[in-house]
Design a protein around this ligand. Structure first.
Ligand SMILES: NC(=O)c1ccc[n+]([C@@H]2O[C@H](COP(=O)([O-])OP(=O)(O)OC[C@H]3O[C@@H](n4cnc5c(N)ncnc54)[C@H](OP(=O)(O)O)[C@@H]3O)[C@@H](O)[C@H]2O)c1
Length: 262
C-alpha cells in the first residue's frame, strides 16, 4: 500500500489531501500541522492520520508533500533531514524555495508542484518542475487542475505568478470592475465578462503575439468607444501599473527566496 505524508496540512495541504482521498481511497495518508486540534479534525474528515511529529509522519512514506509556508521550510527541512531516505520523493508546493535549495538537505528526488488556488474545484493551471511526479500519482494529479505544465525550474518563480497568482489577479480585476459598474444587478455583467474572457482566450490562442496586437486595432473604430478604452489601457501609467502587478510579485518572491533559503 502506498503511504503519503503531507507536512504542513493547512490550506493547500488540505486540498491535496481532499483530492488524494477522492482519487485514491486506499493509500495511507499521514498529515502534520502545529495546531493539533485542527490536525485531528482534518485527518478524521478525510480518513487520514494526524501526527504532531513530522519525523514520525514521514516514516516509510513513499511520497512526502511539503505544504509549508516558505518561512517554515528551513526548520522542517532541518528536522526531517536525517530521516529522509533516498527512495522517498519530496514534492514541495512552497513558493520561492528552489529545488536546488531543498536538494541541499536530501539526496532523493525532489519535485516542485505549484497548484492554483482553484485546486479546490479541481481547476486552474498547475506547474511542475524537477524530478517529476511519481507514476502512480500522475493520473490523479493531472486531474486536479484544468492543465498541468512541466516547466524549467529557473522559470518557476515567474510562472508561479502567472498561473497560481494569476487566478487570484483575474478574480481581483473582475471584482474591482464589477464593483464600479453603474448597474445594480451585477450578475449578467459578470456572466458577459466571463463569456468574453472565454471567447477571447479561444481566439487569441490561435494567434501569434503580433496578431494579438492587430486585434486591438481591428476591434476598434478610429475615435470610437472601444478606441477610448484602449487609449486608457495603453496609457504609460496604466501599462506600468499592469506590469507592476507581475513585477512587484516577482520582486517579493526573490526577496522571500533570499530571506528563507537560509
Ligand atoms: N494558498 C494557495 O493558493 C497556494 C497556491 C500555490 C502554492 N502555495 C504554497 O503552498 C504553501 C502553503 O500555503 P498555504 O496557503 O496552504 O499556507 P497555510 O494555510 O498557512 O498552511 C501552512 C501550514 O503549515 C503548518 N506548519 C507550520 N509550521 C509547521 C511545522 N513546523 N510542522 C508542521 N506543520 C507546520 C501550519 O500549521 P498551523 O496552521 O497548525 O500552525 C499551516 O497549517 C506556501 O508555501 C505557498 O507558497 C499556496
Amino acid at each position: 500500500m502506498v503511504k503519503i505524508a503531507i507536512l504542513g496540512c493547512g490550506e493547500i495541504g488540505e486540498q491535496i489531501l481532499r483530492n488524494l482521498r477522492e482519487s485514491d481511497k486506499d493509500s495511507e495518508i499521514w498529515i502534520t500541522r502545529r495546531n493539533s486540534k485542527k490536525g485531528h479534525e482534518i485527518a478524521e474528515k478525510y480518513s487520514a492520520a494526524y501526527n504532531e511529529s513530522n519525523v514520525k509522519a514521514i516514516e516509510n512514506a513513499d511520497v512526502i508533500f511539503l505544504c509549508l509556508r516558505p518561512a517554515d521550510m528551513y526548520d522542517v527541512l532541518n528536522e526531517i533531514k536525517p530521516h529522509v531516505e533516498g527512495s522517498q520523493t519530496i514534492i514541495s508546493t512552497a513558493a520561492s524555495i528552489s529545488i536546488e535549495y531543498i536538494k541541499r538537505f536530501f539526496n532523493g528526488p525532489v519535485t516542485r508542484y505549484i497548484p492554483s488556488p482553484l485546486i479546490t474545484e479541481n481547476g486552474g493551471v498547475a506547474i511542475v518542475s524537477g524530478d517529476g511526479i511519481p507514476g502512480y500519482l500522475k493520473p490523479f494529479m493531472s486531474k486536479w487542475s484544468s492543465k498541468m505544465h512541466v516547466v524549467d525550474e529557473n522559470d518557476m518563480e515567474l510562472f508561479t505568478i502567472l498561473t497560481s497568482s494569476g487566478s487570484a489577479f483575474i478574480s481581483t480585476a473582475l471584482v474591482n470592475v464589477l464593483d464600479r459598474l453603474p448597474v445594480s444587478d451585477k450578475r449578467l455583467p459578470k456572466e458577459l465578462i466571463l463569456d468574453v474572457i472565454d471567447a477571447t482566450a479561444e481566439s487569441l490562442r490561435k494567434k501569434s503575439i503580433d496578431e494579438c496586437r492587430d486585434v486591438m486595432k481591428f476591434c476598434s473604430t478610429p475615435d470610437g468607444i472601444t478606441a477610448e478604452g484602449i487609449r486608457v489601457l495603453s496609457d504609460e501609467k496604466t501599462k506600468n501599473m499592469l506590469a507592476d502587478v507581475v513585477l512587484s510579485s516577482l520582486a517579493k518572491s526573490k526577496n522571500m527566496k533570499k530571506e528563507y533559503e537560509k
